[in-house]
Design a protein around this ligand. Sequence first.
Ligand SMILES: Nc1ncnc2c1ncn2[C@@H]1O[C@H](COP(=O)(O)OP(=O)(O)OP(=O)(O)O)[C@@H](O)[C@H]1O
Ligand SMILES: [Mg+2]
Length: 485
Amino acid sequence: MTGRSPQRDPAVEEDLGSLRVKPSPGAAVRISAAAACEEADRVEIEAEGCGEEELLLPTTAGEHSSPRVNKERWSRKNRLSSSSDKENLSVSGSVGGTGDLNTFPEDPEFYEIIHRAEQAIECGVFPERISQGSSGSYFVKDPKGNIIGVFKPKSEEPYGHLNPKWTKYFHKICCPCCFGRGCLVPNQGYLSEAAASLVDQKLGLNIVPKTKVVWLVSETFNYNAIDRAKSRGKKYAMEKVPTVGKRFHRIGLPPKVGSFQLFVEGYKEADFWLRKFETDPLPENTRKQLQSQFERLVILDYVIRNTDRGNDNWLVKYEKPDENCDVVCKDSEWLDNKDPVIKIAAIDNGLAFPFKHPDEWRAYPFHWAWLPQAKVPFSQETRDLVLPRISDMNFVQDLCEDIYEMFMKDKGFDKATFEKQMSVMRGQILNLIQALKDGKSPIQLVQMPRVVVERSRSGSQGRIVHLGNAFTQTFHFKRPFFSSW
Ligand SMILES: Nc1ncnc2c1ncn2[C@@H]1O[C@H](COP(=O)(O)OP(=O)(O)OP(=O)(O)O)[C@@H](O)[C@H]1O
Ligand SMILES: [Mg+2]
């Protein structure tokens, strides 16, 4: 254990279903959405050219480009993971579909939702760009036009090469040091979104709408002129000279990889409700429910070290009990007989999993730390939920391995950087364990000295470094320059 300088961190289903064969869990048997739209060509994806598919294609752990990675013991053997079989690279649909890129054998429900999104796109119900925000984010619809998810393509992230928002381009070119987040791996926001959902599920928090890495293609996405011209040329050749056209493995625009988060209905930005509750206080039991949900948000953000949790990046759903109803409206009855009437959804988790703690100049505080809820010690309910899991070293190791399997599929994956990301996360977990054991509040948690827990290097052979199972804790006591604590 090494001490450093002094400080406290403030960081602070659907009718179209009848048109296809329903897959059994683990199987990807279906009539393609193209058939639903009276298009029946099946073509294969081709990893070529300058298109999106070059960025990343699903691979199995053993196929990853880095030989070093293959030798590491990070990934668990024979794990079923999404989009990981090479034979699944065959793609359906004459407009460059993504059908078999998206296989979720472990989650048939999610598979079903993604398939509906693919059907909608093939039928011309395209994802719609969300006007606000700094990146290319899209509301994805089902064939009836209902919003079912939010898709954030890797290439359209704030610093992705196809980001559609010119202001971000301006930042990137003119003043990258002032706008970028130096503690984050650039252009891996989609992985952060999906990993946040994984952490949420593994900790049993249940506040992040399910998010996974998904491939989608749509003409409403931002493509460069070359990809659009190639697509037009191939379509033209297919129509005019079918024998030549058939030589193209993929016709249409290249699929984009990104995060797909389920859309949650009836939620509003936290800011809206927090202001309302100030003037119109909640009944006691509902307030307790909000407090419990809030604690889960704190735990999620703290573990993943989210650097972007403003009060616009979490949503609240509140259904006020019917005042005319005598039986269920008595506050105590709500708790006993009904689901919570108030729920939090932690969205926009793309700026988390830093490889180092934010520095003295850019602290990226958790904005919830200024709320009165942050002064209340963690409840016994939250401690009982989280402590047994995070106190188990095997649980933490499993979590790191699951995140590894997700991250290592990105073309820009770097093993050493990933180790650092996990060192930060382990440090956060260590502090959280202590805070929960000591009955601290969220504000006290964020004031604890920052700590990183690194895996020791147990030796090296040539350029291959073996990582052992011993851990070293390093505390950072330096106080950030911009801090209110
Ligand atoms: N899962 C979801 N369910 C419902 N609404 C959502 C969901 N995700 C995002 N939204 C809505 O879309 C808006 C933009 O989402 P989000 O903040 O994730 O996108 P963004 O492009 O990262 O924006 P920004 O750069 O402003 O953070 C949110 O404020 C919210 O209203
Ligand atoms: Mg946002």
